[in-house]
Design a protein around this ligand. Structure first.
Ligand code: TXA
Ligand code: MG
Length: 355
């Protein structure tokens, strides 16, 4: 147990003295949570094996699920990766800093623990002045998984970080809520065409425009559990994004979804459960029972993505037993939202149809 220092910082122009306090922890092998444009990350010096091991312990993260390494400078990528394909250079020029993580063959300077013994490494440059200032002042690449306890929804505020990790980490830089709200897109550049292993803040359609060909791995769609051999992305066999409550996702045409959500809510309430309904602005008035929350309007999937993890955590604070969630369209950021919801449900997906 240690005291966790909370450092409030300006998100645009972070106060340098506070960044230096945080960077000193990183340099000494400590753990600092910090905001990125996607979610809060829990950072450690990526080249210090002891620090990275402590990172896994603090999060209770299984030792076979490697974190993303965050850089502030393109030159550092060449030190971490064995080879940077031309297509990757183009992506970095177009999307960095930003919510896109690239998988490369890794170089010898990367400690085994940082990549969980794999011969590849995940790298990204976050688009957030606090994150970039911390990387610069720490003077090292920073390994940072999302700053939640393993299996829980990712944190989009410093309070979420403290709810999970207070007294387990040295400090948190608090710059308010994160802008995107779901994690970065993970794109495997060691195969051709490149493959999306996790949909996230940079949509599939946008990558397709730049790359021409890009594949969506089945784990990214997450319609059902895959065997470990098929999974490719090491983290997928573990429980993910899950609130304490059980989750059921209802997908299909909207009016059929609404009827099904209503029916399931009544069914579980009759059995004595406290039921949460994850609705949208267009449908929220239709549900009269349960704890009903809206993700935002169906016409703005960016807002829905921003609210998702916060609402899942709110249902837990209200001790809901089961969450019935409406599916949203899988276009743009909607694919990232549906990937998180399907995984949070443990693939308890109900297809609603009007017939
Ligand atoms: O937006 C984000 O990406 C956030 C912020 C903090 O940057 N970070 C984040 O990290 O979501 P984490 O550790 O929670 O998720 C990393 C993902 C996992 O799904 C992991 O399995 C995958 O990246 N990953 C890491 N290294 C990999 C590798 N060498 N090959 C394939 N997948 C890898
Ligand atoms: Mg995570």
């Amino acid at each position: 147990m240690k005291k966790t220092l909370v450092l409030k910082v300006d998100s645009q122009e972070p106060e340098i003295e506070k960044i230096r306090i945080a960077a000193d922890f990183i340099k000494k092998g400590g753990l600092v949570a910090f905001p990125t444009e996607t979610v809060y990350g829990l950072g450690a010096d990526a080249l210090n094996p002891k620090a990275v091991l402590a990172l896994f312990e603090a999060k209770k993260r299984p030792l076979d699920n490697p974190p993303i390494v965050h850089v502030g400078d393109l030159k550092v990528v060449c030190r971490l990766a064995k080879k940077v394909p031309t297509k990757a250079e183009k992506l970095m020029k177009t999307f960095w800093p930003g919510p896109l993580t690239l998988i490369f063959k890794r170089s010898e300077i990367v400690p085994d623990v940082t990549v969980c013994g794999l011969d590849t490494i995940a790298v990204r440059m976050p688009k957030h002045n606090v994150a970039l200032a911390l990387i610069r002042e720490s003077n090292c690449p920073i390994a940072a998984p999302s700053a939640n306890l393993a299996g829980k929804p990712s944190p989009t505020t410093a309070k979420h970080v403290l709810d999970d990790l207070d007294e387990r980490i040295d400090a948190v830089l608090d710059a308010g809520p994160t802008r995107i709200g779901v994690e970065s897109t993970v794109l495997d550049m060691t195969v051709d065409p490149p493959q999306i292993l996790r949909p996230g803040g940079t949509p599939y359609e946008v990558l397709k425009k730049i790359l021409g060909r890009v594949e969506l791995h089945p784990v990214a769609v997450a319609e059902k559990a895959l065997t470990v051999e098929k999974a490719r992305s090491p983290g997928v066999k573990h429980k993910h994004y899950a609130p304490d409550a059980d989750v059921i996702v209802v997908e299909g045409e909207l009016s059929a979804v609404m009827n099904k959500v209503k029916g399931l809510t009544e069914f579980y309430m009759q059995k004595g459960n406290k039921v949460g309904v994850l609705a949208t602005d267009e449908t929220v008035g239709y549900y009269r029972a349960g704890v009903v929350k809206s993700l935002g309007s169906r016409s703005d999937l960016a807002v829905i993505a921003r609210n998702l993890f916060r609402l899942l955590r709110e249902f837990d604070l209200e001790s809901v037993d089961i969450i019935i969630a409406e599916g949203v369209p899988t276009e743009g950021l909607g694919l990232a939202v549906m990937n998180r919801l399907r995984k949070a449900s443990g693939y308890k997906i109900v297809k609603a149809s009007s017939r």
